[in-house]
Design a protein. Structure first.
Length: 433
């Protein structure tokens, strides 16, 4: 294998050690999940063809939901789609009346990314690409750039805020041609949903509407259509931590958010949204709890119910719910090998533990903490990186000595549904050397 840049190496190792998902270098440590990734690839292809997509990615705390969403994000960008991602929290919801939905929209627009700008902040570049295309078409047709823009965006006027959207794009074009940076900045602010009052928007851009809580989803559909007109294949929205909706104490507020999810799901299944896909990450209780989860909403329960024939190890990935399967011991062994490789910067001569050391670490975890080892990869990965750090900074230390005193903390909130205590010996049988 080739060497790994120190920047990529540090990004991966520091993120994993902190228990968070690395924003770059995910391909260096990807293992397993082949069927799940193939399913999302088909969704991406459908979105690229002008269709739509909706997936709920369900897994325990620390089971790899965020990592999986980041993998989908990276694959979508490689397929020339635009991606936007955000985590839900008490100040960011799908539906609200106090600005929380607008806050979520603003975060999505700030994070918007393309293959050439994967770190986010790509909205202005998308607008400029659209304008440059309109300028070329306008010159060929003998009309001004602003007229060409309105002609290209005429199909958007049938959507909510579509007319004002076209006016804002035209305003950005005027700002670029006349060197008025403030006008360009105001146009981007409107597109990001950062205007809080209609008066401010009218004074700055001459439009009478803004992106508010009520227009959250409609504006995303509008943005997806615009992105397709700009020459991209579509827009993928990745939302994580949907368990925060499950935690809402107010039943009315919780149901209003579930209604928004139902609307998104219906539009996706019926093909009413063009070039727009949603990938949502949540925990099993967020989905299955009949008192507070999605299953508490009958219309969602009927649409998200598991295939009753998918039993005895059979799986069905054609439905809207993707349940992340647990990593097998073999997958986990390969994962720790990859982490060792990344830690060494891609140089096998700098490996701090041999293959036998990785196996011994896994065996130690299984014997020392039982089924906690199988619950989620997060805490065991963190413990492994901590072991490598000790060996790296203390040349006299050996992995044999350290494995006698290592501790792996249980991940709060995790519930094991993968292997029962006492199954560890059978699971590790294939690793006997």
């Amino acid at each position: 294998m080739s060497t790994i840049r120190p920047k990529d190496r540090d990004a991966v190792i520091q993120s994993l050690r902190a228990g968070v998902v690395p924003r770059m270098g995910q391909h260096l440590i990807q293992v397993g999940r082949a069927s799940e990734i193939e399913t999302l690839l088909r969704d991406i292809e459908r979105i690229s063809d002008g269709g739509s997509g909706f997936r709920l990615v369900i897994g325990e705390y620390g089971a790899g939901k965020s990592f999986f969403l980041n993998m989908v994000r990276a694959v979508a960008m490689e397929k020339k789609l635009v991606v936007a991602n955000a985590d839900l929290n008490p100040d960011r919801r799908l539906h609200a009346s106090g600005g929380q939905a607008r806050s979520l929209y603003a975060e999505l627009m700030r994070s918007i990314a393309t293959r050439t700008k994967p770190e986010g902040g790509a909205l202005a570049g998308i607008v400029e690409k659209f304008i440059s295309t309109a300028k070329i078409e306008g010159k060929a047709a003998g009309v001004s750039t602003e007229v060409a823009i309105h002609q290209k965006l005429e199909q958007l006027t049938e959507l909510v805020n579509g007319y004002d959207f076209a006016e804002v794009i035209a305003a950005y074009c005027r700002g670029a041609e006349e060197g008025r940076e403030q006008l360009k900045s105001d146009a981007v602010r409107w597109l990001r949903g950062e205007f809080s009052t209609k008066t401010d928007a009218r004074q700055a851009l001459g439009v009478r509407s803004i992106v508010d809580d009520a227009a959250f989803y409609d504006q995303l559909k509008l943005m997806a259509r615009f992105i397709c007109l700009a020459g991209y294949s579509g827009l993928v929205i990745c939302l994580d931590e949907l368990v925060n909706l499950y935690k809402l104490a107010n039943t009315q507020a919780r149901n209003a958010n579930y209604e928004q999810i139902l609307r998104i799901l219906n539009d996706s299944l019926q093909g009413n949204s063009v070039g727009l896909g949603f990938v949502l990450g949540g925990t099993p209780e967020f989905l299955l709890d009949t008192r507070r989860g999605l299953y508490s909403y009958p219309a969602l329960q009927s649409r998200l119910a598991q295939n009753t024939f998918a039993t005895d190890g059979l799986v069905d990935f054609s439905g809207p719910v993707v349940r992340l399967s647990s990593l097998t011991p073999e997958d986990f062994y390969v994962l720790l090998q990859k982490i060792r490789h990344v830690y060494a910067g891609g140089d096998s001569a700098k490996y701090l533990v041999p293959d036998q050391g990785i196996f011994s670490f896994m065996e130690h975890c299984a014997k020392r903490i039982g089924d906690t080892y199988f619950r989620t990869p997060r805490t065991t990965i963190t413990a492994f990186i901590n072991l490598l750090a000790i060996l790296d900074q203390n040349p006299d230390a050996t992995w044999q000595e350290r494995l006698g005193g290592i501790e792996v903390q249980e991940d709060t909130g995790a519930v094991s549904d993968q292997l029962m205590p006492g199954d560890e010996d059978e699971a590790f049988a294939s690793f006997k050397m």
